[in-house]
Design a protein around this ligand. Sequence first.
Ligand SMILES: [Zn+2]
Length: 244
Amino acid sequence: MTELLHMKDNYIKEFDAKVVEVDDDYVVLDQTAFYPEGGGQTGDRGWLTDGSEEVVVLKTIKAEGQVRHLLGDMNPFQVGQPVHGRLDWDFRYECMRFHTAQHILSRYLQHNYGLETVGNNITPGKSRADYHPLESFDEDMKREVEAGVNEIISRNIDVEIRFMPREEAIAYLNERGYQTRYLEMVPKSVKIFRVIIIGDYDASSCAGTHVANTGEIGGIKIGKTKNVGAGKRRIYFSLLPPQT
Ligand SMILES: [Zn+2]
């Protein structure tokens, strides 16, 4: 019921909204640009103010069908009150760069090594994704993947957000050979899919936040990897700043 402003525009840093529900430590708004934790991406943080008092938003989550802004102090807001929200933009923008980088890394590993992405966690400073089947990941492969992914990133590819009817989205992804296995598990009540299209390199159904051009990512550096069982391997990666 909260309108999610970031679904169409990932670059909204501030917004106005109205309080629709309150509790001691959270508020629900009629609309928000704060990303609620989900799909592997950590929830946004920032500040909410009614013009006099500013309260820290520690995290944004989904719970019981609501988007809740978890507050650092006792909730001073009241239902019906207008508020102004401001994202911790450094934190969010790093999530965007990490998330688009993860899509490219996943596509690269699918296309070149036949690997499937089976999990991800997008958090500033320590993002990671899990791949299968991947028993080992030696230094040569690490350098090869890093160079390959960074070459794609350096092409400055525009990233598009497109909304498609469910069946059309699945067909679009299937035709192009992109990963779709998990889409069948999305509840049938979801009729419109949000597809993140990275030029003609990758497309993926995703509700997360992304940069508008791969050039904003800079590059990635692959860190340690570890076996997480059942033929799956977790790859940690960090970001390199864009060349200016
Ligand atoms: Zn995603």
